[in-house]
Design a protein around this ligand. Structure first.
Ligand SMILES: NC(=O)C1=CN([C@@H]2O[C@H](COP(=O)(O)OP(=O)(O)OC[C@H]3O[C@@H](n4cnc5c(N)ncnc54)[C@H](O)[C@@H]3O)[C@@H](O)[C@H]2O)[C@@H](O)CC1
Ligand SMILES: Nc1ncnc2c1ncn2[C@@H]1O[C@H](COP(=O)(O)OP(=O)(O)O)[C@@H](O)[C@H]1O
Ligand SMILES: [K+]
Length: 466
């Protein structure tokens, strides 16, 4: 029993540096010369800059590789449109394509050390080829020119960010716009790099993306129809425990996220009259249950352990959060692998480390590794949230408002996720839909939000998904 749902919405693809290179190589192998692709990239960046800024006098920083090559193309296109453009370099071009583009630029070129700032700064120093931190002197000049500019635009990536991890290899200023070439890269979504990118526009340069990661997109969630009744909309059971407020938050979020019937177990009281209070054993035995949410406010005592065991054995899809994760960390992972029903784990960084240690690699790599090891969908939360499926697929949510860094917002997320599973979405899609709704509700709740505010905003968030 579930709501009719359309196909999952797939967001924009995310390519690593190596995957981007492979996609470019495929274009070259099909007969397109490197300089043609670079012309396309530079033209796309110039167009994006033109639309974004009123095109005041512009300084373009050009590095030694193809990112710098793009910079020379942008310079030529903007100058042709009448913009006052100067180019400042950190070294002569080293790639063949960049040399060609340097030769095609007949405007002024100066060393970055002596360059005067301009109202618009365009960064074409390094992109996906960045191999190490920028030299201190270069960092100093980039910062000096960025501070003095009114607007800052990065070509492909802000120079200094590591493409695949989103780490800052050296200090990176805050940009207003980043024009991603061909596809998003992990650094456009992963922190701290994402916070340096500003708005991110993807320029289509004809790359065929064979992605294994995508951006979380607005889900399609059909509104209930005449044939629906409360159980087709989904029955969610939230298991209560030591801190009834947390499980109540999760339950109210599940209600407001569209579940037709929400059951809350445990000792607490209060909450909407529409919330059904039930004995735990009776609730877990209900075959109409579409999802069980366990962990928010569960506690970690013997009673909590017993409840987790009961939930794991009940045969319903699970969302395991908070204390539920803490209890799983004590040897529970192997049990999880034997489950016949799907499970979603929603750890923040601390809970993740207790469960999975510190796998190597980016946040995407770590979430992917954890999903493969646990056999569960893993939602590694934070200012950037990554959803990983055991089969290797990954989705990354665009930054949500940092006001979400507040107690109880994770409980709300778990409740929304329960509602998405109960309405019939597969857990990987459900987790993405929940992240999107949570972030959107937070946008609507605005500054100073508390977790209790979020459920009320879900109505408006759901309305734009119908
Ligand atoms: N490959 C292609 O055909 C295309 C590439 N494009 C652009 O090319 C970029 C990638 O180009 P590249 O692979 O040439 O790499 P980059 O231009 O990002 O930089 C690589 C160059 O900088 C050097 N380098 C790396 N880190 C450094 C550091 N910290 N300090 C000093 N030097 C450093 C490297 O040795 C190399 O010479 C993309 O981000 C994109 O902007 C676009 O033009 C589209 C076409
Ligand atoms: N700086 C931030 N920016 C955006 N979202 C954040 C930030 N910090 C935390 N969040 C989000 O807020 C929620 C916090 O969940 P969690 O850490 O489990 O808190 P709690 O257990 O108190 O509910 C998660 O969805 C997380 O992704
Ligand atoms: K750049």
């Amino acid at each position: 029993m579930s709501l009719p749902t359309s196909e999952p919405v797939i967001g924009r693809p995310i390519l690593t540096a190596a995957e981007t290179r492979a996609a470019e190589e495929a274009i070259f192998a099909a007969g397109t010369p490197v300089i043609d692709l670079m012309e396309k990239a530079g033209a796309a960046v110039a167009e994006a800059a033109w639309r974004f800024a009123a095109m005041p006098p512009t300084l373009i920083l050009c590095g030694p590789g193809n990112n710098g090559g793009d910079g020379y193309v942008v310079a030529r296109h903007l100058a042709e449109r009448g913009v006052h453009v100067r180019v400042a370099t950190a070294g002569e071009p080293r790639t063949e394509a960049a040399k060609v583009m340097r030769a095609r630029w007949d405007g002024p070129v100066e060393p970055i050390a002596g360059a005067r700032p301009a109202p618009l700064l365009i960064d074409g120093l390094f992109g996906t080829g960045l191999a190490r931190a920028l030299d201190d002197e270069l960092v100093h000049h980039v910062a000096r020119l960025a501070v003095a500019a009114k607007l800052r635009i990065a070509i492909d990536l802000p120079s200094g960010v590591e493409t695949d991890s989103g780490a800052l290899l050296s200090a990176v200023p805050h940009f207003d716009l980043t024009v991603a070439l061909g596809a998003l890269k992990p650094a456009h979504l992963l922190q701290p790099a994402a916070s340096r990118c500003g708005r991110v526009a993807v320029a289509d340069i004809g790359l065929a993306a064979h992605a294994k990661a995508w951006e979380v997109a607005r889900p399609h969630l059909a509104a209930p129809g005449a044939a629906d009744h409360k159980y087709t909309r989904g029955l969610v059971t939230v298991i209560g425990g030591a801190m009834p407020g947390a499980s109540l938050l999760a339950a109210m979020a599940a209600q407001r996220a569209g579940a037709g019937y929400v059951v809350l177990t445990g000792e607490g009281s209060g909450g909407p009259h529409a919330l059904v209070r039930r004995d735990e054993a009776e609730a877990l035995a209900d075959t109409r249950t579409g999802a069980v949410v366990i962990g928010p406010g569960l506690g970690r005592d013997a009673g909590a352990r017993r409840r987790l065991r009961a939930a794991l054995g009940a045969g319903h899809p699970l969302v395991i959060d908070a204390d539920g994760l803490a209890l799983l960390a004590d040897g529970g992972l192997s049990h999880l692998r034997r489950l016949a029903v799907p499970a979603v784990l929603t750890p923040h960084e601390g809970e993740f480390r207790r469960l999975f240690g510190e796998p190597a690699g980016s946040k995407i790599d770590r979430a992917r590794d954890a999903a493969a090891r646990s056999g569960a969908v893993v939602v590694l939360k934070g200012a950037d949230s990554v959803v990983a499926h055991p089969d290797g697929r990954v989705a990354v949510a665009a930054a949500a408002p940092a006001w979400l860094a507040s107690a109880g917002t994770g409980d709300v997320l778990a409740g929304i996720m329960g509602a998405m599973i109960a309405r019939g979405l597969d857990p990987f899609t459900a987790a993405q839909a929940a992240l999107w709704l949570h972030g959107d509700a937070a946008e609507r709740a605005g500054a100073g939000l508390i977790a209790d505010d979020l459920p009320a905003h879900l109505a408006a968030s759901l309305a734009v998904c119908a």
